[in-house]
Ligand binder design. Sequence first.
Ligand SMILES: [Zn+2]
Length: 334
Amino acid sequence: MSDALPLAPWLEEPLRQALTLPRAHAVLLSSLPGLGAFEAGMALAQAWLCESAEASGRPCGRCAACHLFAQRSHPDAHWLLPEQLRVRLGWQEADDKKKPSQEIRIDEVRAMLGFAQSTRARSQGKVVLIHPAEALNTVAANALLKTLEEPGGSLRFVLVSEATDALLPTIRSRCQAVPVPQPQAEQGAQWLRTQQPALSAADAVALLRASGQRPQQVLDWLSAGLTAPQLAGFARSVARAELGDFIGWKPEALIDLLQRLCSDLLRVTAGGPPQYFSADQLPKARQAAPLQAWAAELRAARRHATHPLQWALWLEALGVQAQRALRQACKANP
Ligand SMILES: [Zn+2]
């Protein structure tokens, strides 16, 4: 069996680029959220460790190193991911007593520095994969700088970021950046249906459109229970302040979707076509001012989205806020 990663088609080009960078000791895969950039980072790390890589540099998927990497037991690979993500990926058990950290902590960076100083076990050098790099808090990021600049020996870094602007400039400047492109609409829809064969072509297109062409985000939505009809009726639900269906969602995911709705309504008031939803799914918005006020409220909510104390109450408040904005926006006169 092969352990080559079945990479989504739009991730092939950044992988190719990263593999052809001369003397790259630290590569930063810079992506928008929801494109699956982590998979490209994994493929790059695996390629660097593969002991029988193809002429293109891609990992063979068959050698002992590839098998070890796929099982995450390669002795020369180290993964630096926030605890919350490790739990979500099933890499570690959840601790019932405390909420898993969303940050990459200083003690985790110190453990990585220990790995950095150890002697390599196999032939191809050592790799540290950091994802998402913006989860490094300032202390942790500063502890990393020296090693990132001069890894020494055969150590190389792959950093994956879905918010490159949020990285310390000192981290960014020590890496060779490779952008991860968004897929073309058709390419994204095709890939989505290979992942979710029950999805109709029309639904795949509609979901992708609402996600801003971010297929991994669509998969996250689907696994959170969103259906295409729910999405089509989203503006109507919002207008009735009925957001109960989203109680199981992560707050930031719902706020993202509300922000897209708000942005589309603003485009409509300016006489333009909506970007994320189709025009027949949207109310007839006429006034921009209430929508601009709502956009500001959503930005503020987004900043606090990682720590909502009482999500159910918060959800209700978001609904009321949205309903008020939509009502005022649809009035004939301000
Ligand atoms: Zn291999």
